[in-house]
Design a protein. Structure first.
Length: 567
């Protein structure tokens, strides 16, 4: 027991040390941890580390993906869903097949089915590994695409892995594989939606912020465990529950609960991410020992891994180039509709109703709810047009998307779930580890300098953020004026000067402070509601809006902590 505690203590210190040291030496902290783990695994007196892969797949990934989904701007996720779904499904399948052919050729007596199984293992990008990219100068739109891809592509890879293993046992059916994938995703989405909704209903009834956060720790597992028991994707279920929570929490949970969630989940994610990278490096010695025990050559395995890594980059580039071309064409096509949509938005209700009725089947008159949905859709589409125009995807962004597709601990963990009957299992596990390690060290170690060279930071983003804040202040000012106008009589009883305050009766002063506190809370609620409406319409930059919402939360918490006129 003491040894385990000592290992845990040393691990926490190493993770914290890497987070401090990494920025000072210009190397991402995850890379520092991988290198530290690899070096430690080669020290003779440090015992080999073998981690049950289920701890990673079922115990670590669900909370990490849930935390990423909660914090991800859902409007940007919707806007980039076409790119995200293509990268998460089509690219993973294509990479798995191409890599499967390569592995079947490079590894004697492996066979195509087991080659595709290994291809599925090394195809998905890693949600933890892509955290390296966030420390670079890459655009926010690229971050949204990479985040969304890493949230969903694990599910495709794991379903494909199970299918390929079944094919290796001579029980493969193409349409059965398609049905299994559709079932795994559909059931997971349904469970994630239900768990996300129930999670908010239950936590909204809990007044203690600490208890609320403790309940939030159970949410990703409450989604993933039932999904896995029904042979669906637990990771997709955890992601969907996180997206639901991220959308609804600002309207349902009080600021104290959300602040507690953010702080505690930030710590949990920091420790888990660090542990994943550190353990990945520490496992090297045991994986190498297995390969040597089975009399497989290390150098040929490294050459196979290097070839596989080159193929992953080439296949990714071959897919991303036409993808970006298609996204650019879509953006131009939408921009052509801007003038007409502006006319719809500026039209009076009767004109909007007539325009909508003209395009409806049977020319049915629209209801008020239909008109409301139509107006929302018009506002969202106009916001999408501005979003795509402000952040076009050129060759620099394409380079970032291609080179940022790193593999990580998910690849290593998935490889170790291969059944014992797998041909040359130890060799396949080592190849998977080598691909992930080389990807992290080569791509992760060069992504920062590469992006700084081809796309150096500019002052444009700061200027855009300033303009966004100015517009947001206008929305907040309008919301505050509506509340103030509704309670204009309060201004006549407000003490104006220090002398008036000192001369005011204490009981009257306390009553005034109480009224003022209530009024200010009403203003904050109105401002938050206006900002969330703007968020749902996609009218503002997601990160800037999130920052302003955080300021509102902090102001409300400070106001609620004040006990009276001396607070």
């Amino acid at each position: 027991m003491t040894e385990l505690l000592l290992v845990g203590l040393v691990g926490l210190l190493v993770i914290a040390g890497a987070a401090v040291l990494g920025p000072r030496i210009g190397v991402a902290a995850p890379l520092v941890l991988v290198v530290v783990g690899i070096v430690a695994s080669l020290v003779p007196w440090i015992p080999d580390v073998e981690i049950d892969p289920e701890w990673i797949l079922a115990g670590v990934l669900p909370p990490l993906l849930y935390a990423s989904a909660v914090s991800m701007p859902t409007m940007n996720f919707r806007r980039e869903f076409g790119a995200i779904s293509g990268l998460s499904v089509v690219l993973v399948v294509a990479s798995s097949v191409v890599l499967g052919l390569f592995f079947a050729w490079a590894v004697p007596d492996l066979g195509l089915a087991w080659g595709i199984a290994l291809g599925a293992i090394v195809s998905p990008t890693d949600a933890v590994a892509t955290s390296i990219v966030k420390q670079t100068s890459v655009s926010r739109r690229v971050i949204a695409i990479l985040d969304g891809e890493s949230l969903l592509n694990d599910a495709t890879a794991l379903v494909l892995l199970r299918t390929a293993i079944a094919a290796g046992a001579a029980s493969f059916s193409f349409w059965g594989a398609v049905g299994d994938f559709a079932y795994a995703v559909a059931v997971a989405v349904a469970i994630g939606l239900v768990v996300g909704w129930l999670n908010l209903r239950v936590r909204a009834a809990v007044s203690n912020a600490t208890v609320n956060t403790a309940l939030s720790f159970a949410v990703p597992f409450a989604a993933s465990i039932p999904a896995e028991s029904l042979h669906a994707s637990g990771l997709v279920a955890a992601v969907v529950a996180g997206l639901v929570t991220g959308i609804r929490a600002p309207r349902v949970l009080p600021p104290t609960h959300r602040l507690s969630d953010a702080q505690n989940w930030g710590t949990v994610a920091f420790v888990l991410e660090g542990a994943v990278f550190l353990v990945m490096g520490l496992e090297l010695a045991s994986i190498v020992a297995d390969v040597q025990h089975d009399h497989a050559g290390i150098v040929p395995a490294l050459l196979i891994a290097a070839g596989a890594l080159v193929l992953t980059v080439l296949v990714r580039a071959a897919y991303v180039v036409p993808l970006l071309f298609g996204l650019s064409r879509r953006a131009r096509r939408q921009a052509g509709l801007q003038d007409r949509l502006e006319e719809y938005r500026a039209a009076d209700p009767d004109a909007a109703s007539a325009a909508l009725q003209e395009h409806r089947f049977g020319r049915r008159a629209p209801s008020e709810r239909d008109l409301e949905r139509f107006g929302t859709r018009v506002r969202q589409t106009l916001a999408d047009i501005r979003y795509f125009a402000a952040a076009p995807l050129g060759w620099r962004e394409g380079t970032a998307v291609v080179w940022a597709g790193m593999r990580g601990a998910v690849t290593v963990a998935a490889a170790q779930t291969l059944p014992d009957s797998t041909p040359q299992k130890s060799l396949l596990v080592f190849v998977a580890f080598a691909v992930a390690g080389l990807s992290l060290l080569l791509q992760g170690g060069t992504i920062g300098p590469l992006l700084r060279r081809i796309s150096p930071p500019t002052s444009d983003q700061a200027a855009q953020d300033t303009e966004e804040r100015r517009r947001l202040m206008g929305v907040m000012r309008a919301a505050a004026e509506q509340v103030t106008a509704a309670s204009a009589d309060a201004a006549t009883t407000t003490p104006r000067t220090r002398e008036e305050l000192e001369a005011t009766d204490p009981a009257e002063l306390r009553a005034w402070f109480g009224r003022e506190k209530v009024r200010r809370l009403q203003v904050l609620d109105a401002q938050r509601s206006a900002l969330l409406d703007a968020r749902d319409d996609g009218s503002f930059d997601a990160e800037v809006l999130e920052s302003v919402l955080g300021n509102l939360d902090a102001e409300q918490i400070a106001l609620e902590l004040r006990g009276g006129p001396t607070g």
